[in-house]
Design a protein around this ligand. Structure first.
Ligand code: NAP
Length: 330
């Protein structure tokens, strides 16, 4: 089959290649890929930024999001049948959706939302799961709370603002002024134009901040929290619990050190800091599918690219200017 494979780590490391059809394990479904969303994580994995944490064996197929149709099932599969329309964010080390076929453990798969096009369904699994895990599982957002979502115009942000609104929060976001109207239509109450305004000067008393920019943005985010509030960063620095999540507890001291400064600063301000690296979860994805079908969540697509232009699609996302999700379709 044709696939986009990382042969060597680096910016030129991704190329189309002919690779063997995936092996279908007993609990796997084999999915014919019809759409695969692009994520910044793809470029980070391609560049080797995660090679110590996620030891993929090269050459490996890249890609973390998929929508398609089940064409084969393993002997123990009891949730899906051939012909089912599904979507998924396969678990780490079993990714590989930039391909004609991908084998995925059935626990990571859910029926695709009936109301979404295939491109839309292929765009959302990673960001929808990340949004849920950040706002519900980590931050425990409650109705009436104030939530600041950075970079609301992006693939992740445009999903998180909608979920925050659904949870009953007052939602603020940072974005360009030109995106304000579009973001208000997604349920945002307050748009801070990051090109002309300093969000720390206009926002305060927030219960939750979702940081997807890191560095100084994260440090400043701690200042807009009320005492006891929480900043959840999806870009780091990682905390020791991430080492445990990866099954690499030996790395916990390194992550403790990496996050020592931000945790100390949070402690001084009387707020909390948490790092999130989202996890595959087919059951949760099925619940999120219901939110898409109910119209609570809406996919926000920037562009689609044909399969043969996957490299262009990855480069486009790499520029960091996407308005919503970018998807490769077949
Ligand atoms: N750990 C996890 O589980 C997890 C999950 C999902 C995503 N992430 C990470 O989160 C980050 C964002 O992901 P994504 O999919 O949303 O990326 P994306 O779609 O490429 O984000 C691009 C968006 O970010 C906006 N942006 C850039 N700089 C900004 C700033 N200073 N203030 C406000 N907005 C800004 C851009 O708006 P303009 O064009 O107007 O500048 C653009 O709309 C990535 O680093 C990704 O790896 C982590």
């Amino acid at each position: 089959m044709r696939a986009y494979v990382v042969e060597s780590y680096g910016t030129d490391g991704l190329a189309q290649a002919e690779v063997p059809r995936p092996t279908v394990g007993r609990s796997d479904v084999l999915v014919e890929v019809h759409a695969a969303g692009i994520n910044p994580l793809d470029t980070m994995v391609r560049n080797g930024e995660f090679k110590q944490l996620l030891p993929y064996r090269r050459p490996f197929v890249l890609g973390h999001d998929v929508a398609g149709v089940v064409v084969e099932v393993g002997a123990d599969v009891d949730r899906f049948s051939v012909g089912d329309r599904v979507f998924s964010r396969p678990r780490d080390l079993r990714t590989g959706t930039f391909a004609e076929l991908v084998a995925i453990d059935q626990a990571d798969v859910a029926p695709a939302p009936a109301s979404l096009s295939t491109a839309e369904a292929g765009a959302v699994p990673l960001v929808a799961l990340a949004a849920w895990q950040a706002l519900v599982e980590v931050a425990d957002v409650q109705p009436g709370q104030k939530v600041l979502v950075h970079a609301g115009a992006g693939g992740l942000g445009s999903t998180v603002v909608q979920l925050a609104r659904h949870l009953g929060a007052h939602v603020a976001t940072t974005a360009r002024g030109g995106d304000a109207e579009r973001l208000r239509a997604l349920g945002v109450d307050e748009v801070v134009d990051y090109t002309t305004q300093d969000f720390t000067q206009v926002l305060s008393g927030y219960d939750v901040v979702l940081d997807s920019l890191g560095g100084a943005n994260l440090t400043s985010s701690l200042e807009v929290l009320r005492p006891g509030g929480i900043a959840v960063s999806v870009v780091g620095p990682p905390t020791p619990s991430f080492a445990r999540q990866l099954g690499r507890p030996v790395l916990a001291p390194v992550m403790w050190l990496l996050s020592a400064r931000v945790r100390a600063r949070a402690r001084r301000l009387g707020v909390r800091y948490s790092f999130l690296f989202m996890r595959a979860d087919g059951d949760r994805l099925a619940q999120l599918a219901a939110l898409y079908d109910a119209g609570v969540l809406r996919p926000v697509l920037d562009r689609t690219f044909p399969f043969d232009e996957t490299l262009e699609a990855v480069s486009y996302v790499e520029q960091g200017r996407a308005k919503g999700k970018v998807v490769v379709v077949r």
